[in-house]
Design a binder for this molecule. Structure first.
Ligand code: ADP
Length: 544
């Protein structure tokens, strides 16, 4: 046996380490109360210890769930460490879900306490009667912001609780396999299912995601996670930023282009992370106002495919490095990140860009493969696409409460994505399995078609869906939102595809709409689009 110390990998070890070795690193938050708040990691850890004492005083036992409905802010961060560090399970809830769905998951998780930001007071007041397991609701603010009408029973004040709690607290030595946090998938189909992360999976994910080939989080960085702490732990940044000593900037509820831009400039943000729609907002604001970024150098884009046009603007116009990343709630969430290798350095720009558009290499810890419908492994040739399966220590083995039963296939987790992997190991997502368009027995990659459409200057957003066809089963149709005041006809847009895709991939029609339906994580909901256009008939296709 090796002769090394056996220390459990615990979330408390991250904050303890950070407070001891990078105690002076700053955490800056834009509060939902309207002002800015600044303090250090050392102060954050002291308050996280108070949180742990609050839980003890509230009778929260090891493994019990504590819910949060909160934006990215320092109090939420204190709960990240205080709740998990004390051995309870932090259940972050996506406030963009439908209130009934929120009540469903609060009940399903058996949440004992629910901490929430001021913004969500009306929401919490509405769902409180539906949540009998919750013993108390804690408003994450001070006494001055507490509602005075007494309409909500069991309402407590976060700052009062912390002030009354002792700062002395010894982080317990837990089993590293114990549950630490819980996040439900958005549930585009059926009820949401919970991914229950452990201390070990969270710490390993934090190590791996900080590596240069992954997110490359370093002490010299000023990191602003736009990705919400209420969904998949903000891609693990609350952990990886603290363990690397970087400065953390938390944007609260103001995620529009102007608010973000001002915060980036005021705090000297160097690195950020978010879904494509966030960057579209920020980039459009900066372009319209002819602004440049003085410190912002690198961003991770994931959660949905990064449109090439957006990537090009960020790199060519603003000089910002784009790391395309792929993952999912069930993977904590990081699976792959994309970057160039030494041998790509001499490629022409277009060649380099073609590499960067992919979702990239597995991060060490994650293994992946593509298989056909029968489960046979497919070649890594960059052309053959198949179901993407993954395995690794931060990927779920089962859902919380065994929802959905045994989800693994021979020890691999089926991601529900369809992808190619090239000979160099770069993975590229071509579709969600349920969004795949099957035409005459062949798969058509809808993401490719959307990317081409979005490169047209008149197109703001595009989604490609399959519609029924009497001969080919399904044919691709583009649903497009035009840019304000831009003009483009169906014929012009279809001509734009000439020479860019195989003939049978050409969309059969273009439908212009005012907006596309999006879900709780800001992604376009193609199932709703398919529903909307269920009775649509392709021009010229005679129906059976
Ligand atoms: P849900 O939307 O079910 O809550 P997640 O938020 O976990 O799930 O999103 C996971 C899914 O998002 C992936 O399975 C994949 O389909 C999609 N996705 C994430 N990142 C990318 C990316 N870079 N490119 C394309 N699709 C992505």
């Amino acid at each position: 046996m090796g002769r090394m110390m056996d220390q459990p990998l615990l979330i408390s070890s991250i904050i303890r380490f950070a407070a001891r070795h990078y105690g002076g690193s700053e955490i800056v938050s834009r509060r939902v109360e309207g002002d800015m708040h600044r303090y250090t990691v050392r102060e954050c850890e002291a308050r996280a210890r108070r949180v742990a004492n609050v839980l003890r005083a509230q009778g929260i036992a090891l493994g019990e769930r504590v819910g949060t409905l909160a934006w990215n802010g320092y109090r939420h961060l204190e709960l990240y460490y205080g709740v998990s560090g004390a051995g309870a399970v932090l259940h972050t809830i996506n406030p963009r879900l439908h209130p009934e769905q929120i009540a469903y998951i609060v009940n399903h998780a058996d949440d004992q306490l629910l901490f929430f930001d001021l913004t969500f007071l009306p929401l919490v007041a509405a769902i409180a009667p539906l949540c009998p397991t919750v013993k108390a609701f804690v408003l994450m603010s001070d006494r001055a912001h507490m509602p005075s009408d007494g309409s909500m029973p069991n309402l407590l004040c976060y700052e009062d609780l912390l002030a009354a709690a002792a700062e002395d607290y010894e982080w317990p030595e837990l089993d590293e396999r114990a549950a630490a946090s819980l996040c439900y998938t958005s549930g585009t189909t059926g009820n949401p299912k919970g991914a229950l992360y452990s201390h070990r999976s969270t710490v390993l994910h934090a190590y791996a995601s900080a590596m240069p080939n992954a997110l490359n989080v370093a002490g010299r960085d000023v990191v602003l996670p736009v990705v919400p702490m209420f969904h998949v732990n903000a891609w693990g940044l609350p952990y990886s930023v603290l363990l690397s000593g970087a400065k953390l900037v938390l944007p609260g509820a103001a995620l529009d282009g102007k608010s973000l831009y001002d915060l980036f400039e005021a705090e000297g943000v160097t690195f950020s992370a978010g879904v494509p729609t966030v960057w579209l907002g920020l980039v459009n604001y900066a372009l319209q106002n002819r602004l440049t970024f003085s410190t912002f150098r690198r961003t991770v884009i994931g959660g949905a495919a990064c449109p090439p046009a957006l990537m090009d603007t960020l790199i060519d116009h603003f000089g910002i490095e784009v790391i395309h990343a792929w993952g999912m709630t069930e993977m904590s969430p990081l699976g792959t990140t994309c970057g160039l290798l030494a041998r790509h350095r001499d490629l022409p720009v277009a060649g380099q860009r073609a590499v960067l558009r992919k979702q990239g290499h597995a991060i060490f810890g994650v293994d992946m493969k593509i298989v056909d419908d029968a489960g046979n492994e497919l070649p890594w040739d960059g052309l053959t696409f198949g179901h993407l399966l993954v395995k690794g220590p931060w990927i779920i083995s089962r859902y919380f409460r065994d929802e959905g039963g045994d989800v693994l296939q021979d020890g691999w987790f089926p991601t529900g994505d369809v992808a190619t992997i090239d000979a160099d190991g770069y993975m590229q997502i071509t579709d969600r399995s349920k969004d795949v368009i099957k035409s005459g027995g062949e798969w058509i990659g809808s993401i490719d078609l959307e990317n081409i459409a979005m490169a047209h200057p008149a197109v703001l957003q595009a989604a490609c869906i399959g519609v029924r066809h009497p001969k080919w089963d399904e044919r691709p149709v583009l649903v497009v939102v035009r840019r304000p005041e831009a003009e483009v006809t169906r014929e012009e847009l279809l001509r734009f595809f000439d020479g860019k895709v195989a003939k049978f991939w050409m969309p059969d029609d273009v439908l212009f709409v005012e907006s596309l339906p999006t879900g709780a994580t800001g992604k376009i909901q193609k199932n709703r689009l398919r529903e909307q256009f269920r009775d649509y008939r392709l021009p010229g296709a005679c129906q059976k």
